[in-house]
Design a protein around this ligand. Structure first.
Ligand SMILES: Cc1cc2nc3c(=O)[nH]c(=O)nc-3n(C[C@H](O)[C@H](O)[C@H](O)COP(=O)(O)O)c2cc1C
Length: 171
């Protein structure tokens, strides 16, 4: 078991990214934090607000994080893909916490297209290259089984954390 501290942070509008985030937190023995958005995003009007924020690259107004990202060795950040972009609440979280991150990893849930542009944005917003990134289609999450890509992602993160522990021992 790694000694490193891991935080999984996510936003979810309809529950798909939340399901992924809780699975990940269990697999990584990580703390879990949901980003609270101040904007009403339910229904058709909410959907349009999401689209407009994505097109304008506008960060959402979010509630201040409860857990301090600076206390963690690895912060794993998850977003749904909105119009080929990171969602507005995660955009805000990354901007507000970018100076605190030691290591980051990214995951997203999506219908099918746009993960790479969302990951590119997340990397720029975090100001750091991720240790690993993982996309999972909403349809896979709804099927209930743990996606193969998620298992692979966790494997890469665990081996990164094991190296991190080894480095900590030599210091
Ligand atoms: C405003 C909006 C835009 C979206 N744009 C995309 C997109 O560009 N590509 C895609 O594959 N899925 C897109 N989706 C689908 C979501 O990424 C997908 O359903 C995701 O799993 C939802 O996650 P959530 O349940 O955690 O909110 C979009 C959804 C919304 C609400």
């Amino acid at each position: 078991m790694s000694q490193a501290r891991v935080l999984v942070v996510f936003f979810s509008r309809t529950g798909t990214t939340r399901a992924l985030a809780s699975t990940l937190a269990k697999m990584l023995s990580a703390d879990l934090e949901e980003i609270c958005d101040c904007t009403e995003r339910r229904g058709a009007l909410g959907y349009v607000r999401c689209l407009i924020d994505s097109w304008r690259k506008r960060p959402a107004e979010i509630v201040a994080a409860g857990l301090d990202a600076g206390q963690y060795d690895l912060v794993v950040v998850g977003t749904p893909v909105w119009a080929g972009a990171v969602c507005a609440p995660v955009r805000a979280y990354l901007l507000e916490n970018r100076w605190k991150f030691r290591h980051v990893a990214f995951f997203c849930s999506l219908g099918g297209l746009g993960s790479q542009s969302a990951f590119d944005e997340m990397r720029a917003l975090a100001g750091k290259a991720p240790v690993a990134q993982c996309k999972v289609r909403a349809a896979e999450v709804q099927r209930g089984a743990v996606a193969a890509s998620l298992v692979l992602f966790v494997g890469v993160l665990k081996s990164h954390l094991a190296n991190y522990d080894a480095l900590a021992w030599t210091c």
